[in-house]
Write a protein that binds this ligand. Sequence first.
Ligand code: ATP
Length: 138
Amino acid sequence: MNKFYLEIITPEKKFYADEVEKLKLPTSAGECLILANHQPMVFALEPGTLVLTQSGEAKEAFTSEGFVEIRPDAVVVFSQAVEWPEDIDEHRAREAQERAQEQLRLLKSEAEFQLNKRAMQRAFARLKLKKGGHFFRQ
Ligand code: ATP
């Protein structure tokens, strides 16, 4: 399978820089699969699970909001935060979820609603990945 160069960058670090065969990303329109020679484009990322495949091995990571730029020479993911499952702090995610839930219950303003909805999405996505996709089947 043809490969392409992938960079995943956060404000804190370069999370990944290597060749891959496939990249699956969560977007507002659903899951997006990128293969080599994809047409150049830019789109927005939603909080969720990204899956990259290198030498036939699929690896999952949490991604927060961000953007993806597909260039002829590379695919660059700019995300607010990216974590491997083992680096996700489940307790922190549960606390973030509870905080956001409480704030949503108080229903302050549209802006607060949107911020807390996003925080809930991030917490759900982290917990789902940490639990290997069994989060909703408990
Ligand atoms: P919190 O309210 O707990 O900070 P958040 O979703 O607002 O959650 P982010 O803005 O996505 O946090 O991330 C800020 C930094 O903290 C990033 O470096 C991110 O990797 C890290 N981080 C946030 N939550 C977790 C978590 N549950 N486990 C590991 N790292 C986390």
